[in-house]
Design a protein around this ligand. Sequence first.
Ligand code: ZN
Length: 455
Amino acid sequence: MSLYDHTPCIHSFASFNYWFRAFDVRTTRIDSWPNASPSISSPHLNAMAEALKAIPNITRLSDCVFRILGQNPGRFSLQGTNTYLISPPESSGPVAVSGSDSDSSQEAIPSVLVDTGEGIDAYEPLLESVLLGKHESSKAKRFVTDIILTHWHNDHVGGLHAVLALLHRTRPPSVSPPRIHKFPHSTDANIEHKLASLDPSSAAFSPPPSSSKSLHTIQDARTIQLSDLLTEKITLKALHTPGHTSDHVCIFFEQEGRLFTGDHVLGQGTSVFEDLGAYMRSLQRCSKALEEPEAGVGGVGEVTLYPAHGPIIEEGKAMLAQYYSHRLERENQIIALLREPPPAALDEQAKGAGEEKAWSIKQVVAKLYASYPEHLWPAAARGIFLHMHRLAMLDPDAGTNGGELVSPRVKCLDTPDGLAPAIPEGNKAMHEWGKLMDHRWTLADASVAGQTGKL
Ligand SMILES: [Zn+2]
């Protein structure tokens, strides 16, 4: 879509706040966890506009990995959440366990579950069938020793309770309950609270030793401490990738050279984010990690990505680069637009804007997304604000690397210091987002140019 092909229509502005609020309500998910704060969730404009590719309920992706679909399709979760079961190969994986009859013994393969879906009833029998060796691709029995949560969103952690109950019911008696691993976040208290409410006699999970917490902490750039049964068979390395959420992690599966990307990179469309600056730094970081064999993560050749939504991505490095350049392209479009006088004021608020070349988010969206259906504009508005936020902040990397702080390229005329207002979060977010749509933005000076860059 080129920049200046379309003229915004007046009705769009008149109804914009209504649209934005309507969108915000639809995408605000009050988790089933107690006291959860609302979040704007999941995938994205392009995927909303394009047909979704079919994903089977259960897929054997490799010797070691099953993908099990969370049964929660929707406008924002696409085909639903992909959960993944990782096990050693059947030739080396099984260990002896005692069966439900205490005299019997059998073999089963210890496994790791990545994400738990949203808690939809239809998911449970699918996971159970794989664990019981009833899928056509494998007759081997499996049990889960470790659960990894990629981030706090409900379509990833909402199924935890039901999954723990299933694992408790199907686990061989001689096997310890699973550990739950997660990168720390402010909403972890909700998960902890829910886990604490479980009947202690059910022994549904294994908490970390000598800690009052239930969750095992995932540490950036470290190998996740899986059950002893899996040591040396499965190596999963965590990469903290904030942006989509501040607690997001991608997981590198060393034995097969695959990256589980959670919501950081999706199989269709592109991900949304809480903080674009952090998100772009995480894209760079992921890409760099996949290029560095000495870091024990990636190396030469392509890397397959296993996303939490949408089909697998065979050319992972190329996809990361594409995500990055797509964002820079959008940013450069915004900078080019800010060089132009904004369209004539179309409502009373815009008339008060004053500055000749100051644009509101509403005006930018109406111009850049003129060819998209209007019901997608509110989501676009949020994305444009996050771009403005990145452009109107000091570069945090420049400061931390000891270099000089790079001046913001855009200034906001409605904050005292010209820096971007804070990104709304929490219970006031809906109201705050509405107000931000009328803030006025302009280039910091005439010499500001777009950036080019490759991963
Ligand atoms: Zn998410």
